[in-house]
Design a protein around this ligand. Sequence first.
Ligand SMILES: NC(=O)c1ccc[n+]([C@@H]2O[C@H](COP(=O)([O-])OP(=O)(O)OC[C@H]3O[C@@H](n4cnc5c(N)ncnc54)[C@H](OP(=O)(O)O)[C@@H]3O)[C@@H](O)[C@H]2O)c1
Length: 277
Amino acid sequence: MGVNLQNYHLTILGCGVMGGAVLNAILKSEFTPYPASITACVGSEQEAVSLRKTLDSKVEISYGEHNTEAVKKADVIILGLKPYLFEPVIESVKSGLADGDKLLISLMAGWTIDDIKPYSKYVARIMTNTPARFGCGTAIVSLSKEAEPYEEVVMNLISTVGKAMRLPEKNMDAATSLVGSGPAFCLLMMEAMIDGGVRMGIPYAVAKECAAKVMEGTAKMVMETGEHPASLKSAVCTPGGTTIGGLMVMEDKGVRSGIARAIEEAANIASELGKKK
Ligand SMILES: NC(=O)c1ccc[n+]([C@@H]2O[C@H](COP(=O)([O-])OP(=O)(O)OC[C@H]3O[C@@H](n4cnc5c(N)ncnc54)[C@H](OP(=O)(O)O)[C@@H]3O)[C@@H](O)[C@H]2O)c1
């Protein structure tokens, strides 16, 4: 049997912040095979009414008990539920999954491929982040063995958020930290740069623009040159100059290990959360 990808129906079960970001990215993109029809599911009628005002009219909207039907007609389902709601919600729509040949693409932190497999053996586990809302997201993708033949459709659907890369599932806790929590770490660095600029007399609005543009430009330079950040950094250090002076203060204050350890800590917490559910 396997998953039907001819004129397939896509259902987003849990179309909130993350499910909505992925859906909007898909709606703005062109790729093949493109879903022939799409349903976005939420929990409450109230949320369904507010979603209707923002979503393209070609997307059907479903809520509450109607979601079993939306699951039943789906060939591909994106799971955008809060992790603690996965079990009750998936159990409530289980009869719609009875044929067992649906591709389940999970955006949920903490739920492993094995946890999801009782509902279908075709599972893709994704860790993405909120910049997906602006087409600049990062996504890490792991697949169950049975979902391997569907790699192309998963990568096409998920690449719409920005950049999608494959990793084995054992790296998912680290990806939860680096990719999922990463924007918060960058925002703290950006906030600190703005504070420094303001402290030295630059108006806040200009300092904010400068800090954001410096981060964006630096990221672009790393991506486009392919060079190691250390080599690009050393190229801008004039002997006896301002940059090397600032970098030495950063090293004295432990900024490098602070950031690296933050990623380690968040990954350890992700692994504990996975065990607790
Ligand atoms: N937000 C992030 O930065 C981020 C980053 C990485 C990964 N994630 C992952 O993304 C997942 C979703 O997080 P989120 O922040 O997008 O949560 P969210 O905004 O609360 O979205 C959850 C959605 O699920 C819906 N829902 C609740 N009960 C439902 C039901 N019975 N049937 C169908 N839909 C139902 C909710 O609708 P109602 O509002 O009507 O209840 C809501 O639209 C989580 O598992 C999280 O681990 C999030």
